[in-house]
Design a binder for this molecule. Sequence first.
Ligand code: SF4
Length: 273
Amino acid sequence: MNDEPAENISGGDAGGGTVAEFTPGDAGTRAEEVVDRLGELYWRKTYGGQDAFECLVRTVLSQNTSDKASQPAHDALMDRYGSRDGEDLAEALAAAPREELADTIASAGLYNQKSRTLIALAARIVDEFGGEDAFDAFVRESDPAEVREALLEMNGVGPKTADCVMLFAGGRGGVFPVDTHVHRIARRMGLAPADADHETVREHLERDVPAAKCGFGHTAMIQFGREYCTARDPACLEGPEACPLADRCDRVGVYPETGEVVDPAAAPEADGG
Ligand code: SF4
């Protein structure tokens, strides 16, 4: 079994959470079976326990870039604003000079836009909640639908960011954030309709995967998308034995005979359903 990568959206080993007991072998759906098989390949973990505002910062920094690029930006931001006496991170960021913050997070790309988003989010957390601790308590303890709605109302926070905060900070079971890897793999494998948008894929996975396995399923599927089921060169093009999940996959839009790969929504077999 492979260890959890130190650099990923969950924060790796330093990101909190507890090792989960899985009971593979009695999966009720194919999606659960896939997650169980990922549990044989990778680390198994139930997420939660991250600081909510820091988690928000991490996901904003990771938008439209790789973890490899956003991790140094996150570390630099925490070094500069994260350890000031008597001031919490939200207060420090709300007061940060924009150009200085943009400079600090330059490695994450889109740093002008991201610095504006972060300062506005920090100011909102301070104004509405009084600081990061109260925001943290809100994310952990309030009704999940209310938390999701409040997060989505914030500028710069889309469904994936909101779901990541609910999962990694709130420790909410049953949240399966859908990023580009999850969106592609679930439709290729036939776990969701070929033409499903992000929200529809999320609904299918959250319906079919037990709540306690959703967080692990999200991070493991991303890792699987990087290692095996990549966008342009899925492992099975070399033959089914090259992919550990080939026997559970419909391969929608992937044609090992010709080497062709298309988005599942554009695959002829997607017609009619
Ligand atoms: S069989 Fe191919 S399309 Fe299916 S999960 Fe594996 S690499 Fe992806």
